[in-house]
Each structure stands twice: as C-alpha cells, then as structure tokens.
Design a protein around this ligand. Sequence first.
Ligand code: CA
Length: 237
Amino acid sequence: MTNNKYKILLVEDDANICTVVATMLESSDYQVILAQTCALAKTLFASYQPDVVILDLGLPDMDGMQFLKFVRQDSLTPIIILSARSNERDKVTALDMGANDYVTKPFSSAELLARVRVALRNYRHSAEEGKFPGGRFKCRDMLIDYDARQVFIGGQEIKLTQTEYNIVALLSEHCGKMMTYSAIVKGVWGYSTEGSTKKLQVNMANIRKKFGARPGETWYITNELGVGYRMNGEEEE
Ligand code: CA
C-alpha cells in the first residue's frame, strides 16, 4: 500500500483535540498517524518517517520535550509544538531545542494548517535546494540579493547597515520559522551578552522603519513578544 500523501504524526493525548485536528488534516489530504504517548510516538516516528510532527507537551508518560530531543538527535523533520503552555520561557526552550514552530491552545484550525504548510514548504526547500542557491530570496515584493548583500522592496533598494542586513538575511534563511532572540543574536553576533536582546530589538526597530511598514499592516517580519522573530513566507491565497 503506497500513497503520496504527506504523513503527519500527531502526538496528543486529548481525544477531542485529536479528533478535531485529525479530521481537519485528513480533509486537507494529509495522512495522519496518531500517538497518545511519547513511547508510542517514538516507535511510530521510526516506522513511518513522517513529514511533519505536531507535538503536545503535556503527555501522560513523559514531557513532550523528551520526544523533541529524541527526534532532533538525528532528524530535521519539522516539529510544530501544540501546547496549552503559553508562557514565553516554554516557547523559547522548545524553539531553542529545535522545534520549528509553536501554536498555543486554543488555536484555530486555519492557523495550524497554515503552519503545517509553511513547515512542509521550508523543509522541502532546504532538503532539495539547500540555502537558496542563485543567491536570491524573494518574498512578495521583497528581494534579497545575497551576493551583493542588498535588499529591495518593490524594486527600491533599502539601505541597511551591515548588522541590519545580517539580521534580515538570517531570518530569510529560516523563513517561516519562529527564531528566538538568542538564536538570532548567536547567528548575527556569534556571541551573546547581557544587552544582546535589546541590541537586536533596536536594530529591528530600525529595519522596520526603513522597510516603511505602517502599523497594523501585515509585515515581512513578525515579532512575538518575549520569544523572537519570524520572517513570513509567501501568502498562499
Ligand atoms: Ca496533553
């Protein structure tokens, strides 16, 4: 029996959420594999090699973080955390441990589905093509030329400092993924000090100004307060 549907491993012990999420995913033509415990998830992960994992953290046998660690030992399969824990520290920990994204309960089906699509797209992209060969990145009317280290919006060059450019380029390489402050700081400066997050936020405010985003407008980069930044990918619709 073979099919070419994307396989999603849903690790969740709440029966109601399982039903809702599984129904939604199946109606979007994904194949869903269910695990109610970490132990079962490990077995199913190994035998099915899913394309995406949706992971609850509060599981009956172990903390979902244990499963995250297990997968990240030797796999880059996208993992979306689905958790009732909404505090920033948990989000940052999960993202720094290699989760791709974080959705807090209660969530909307459309939101979760969108995150699944982004995770799949980015994973395919990195698996097939590596880091944007051809030296260009395009997202709506923003264009990044990695070789020339230039950023354009609507054909107009945006004059960025070296640091600002490095931040934008780093986020674009992880487009769609929520990156924590510390991951960005490490990627851009190579080390972090006490004032690093503040320094990042100041740079980001300047980038935002230069990009000319108006308040309330959908922007290229989303800030989740206390957690990090995400460059938003191409809109599907
Ligand atoms: Ca649970």
